[in-house]
Design a protein around this ligand. Structure first.
Ligand SMILES: Nc1c(NC[C@H](O)[C@H](O)[C@H](O)CO)[nH]c(=O)[nH]c1=O
Ligand SMILES: CC(=O)[C@@H](O)COP(=O)(O)O
Length: 161
């Protein structure tokens, strides 16, 4: 079993001045909703204000890079980081592999182009069971959305402000 969860938090972070975007896909809604809730729960635990958490949705994970870049470049939003959230579950074709690979690389490019943290919130699962466990919907693992919320606070406070 892979080591679970973030490494221990290395210092106390105060996210009260941060503005964080969450953009989520609409595929696999029950799992997505749990991951988004986990991310928001952790953002608030780090004092990020509810009004400073901007949540939007896109059709699927393939649209996450475009939306993430648009949110980060939106001068009206003034986001410090974005958490793209998607759940990709292997089907019967190679569609899964191509989306996983392209979205992963595209999200990294958004980070490099915008110089703002893009937290990797995409589950790339072979089964629905794997995805449900990683959203905390079934026992055995924690809600990975909480990890992503914590990372979205740490990174801009450490590197972007
Ligand atoms: N199969 C999954 C998809 N597929 C849809 C694509 O992400 C994209 O929206 C479509 O190809 C139009 O461009 N998306 C997920 O998020 N999860 C899946 O399991
Ligand atoms: C991740 C996907 O695109 C996948 O769920 C689509 O299923 P299929 O490969 O059977 O078309």
């Amino acid at each position: 079993m892979a080591v679970q969860g973030l490494g221990a938090i290395d210092q106390q972070y105060d996210g009260s001045a941060l503005r964080i975007g969450i953009v989520h896909a609409r595929w696999n809604k029950e799992i997505i909703d749990a991951l988004v809730a986990g991310a928001i729960k952790k953002l608030k635990a780090f004092n990020v204000k509810e009004e400073n958490i901007i949540v939007q949705s896109v059709p699927g994970s393939f649209e996450l890079p475009f939306a993430s870049r648009s949110l980060l470049k939106d001068e009206n939003l003034k986001l410090d980081a974005v958490i793209p959230i998607g759940v990709l579950i292997k089907g019967s074709t190679m569609h899964f592999e191509y989306i996983c690979d392209s979205v992963t690389h595209a999200l990294m490019r958004v980070q490099e182009e915008t110089h703002k943290p893009v937290i990797f919130g995409v589950l790339t699962c072979l089964t629905e069971e794997q995805a449900r466990k990683r959203a905390g919907l079934d026992p055995g693992m924690h809600n990975h959305g909480e990890d992503w919320g914590a990372a979205a606070v740490e990174m801009p406070l450490k590197y972007s402000r």
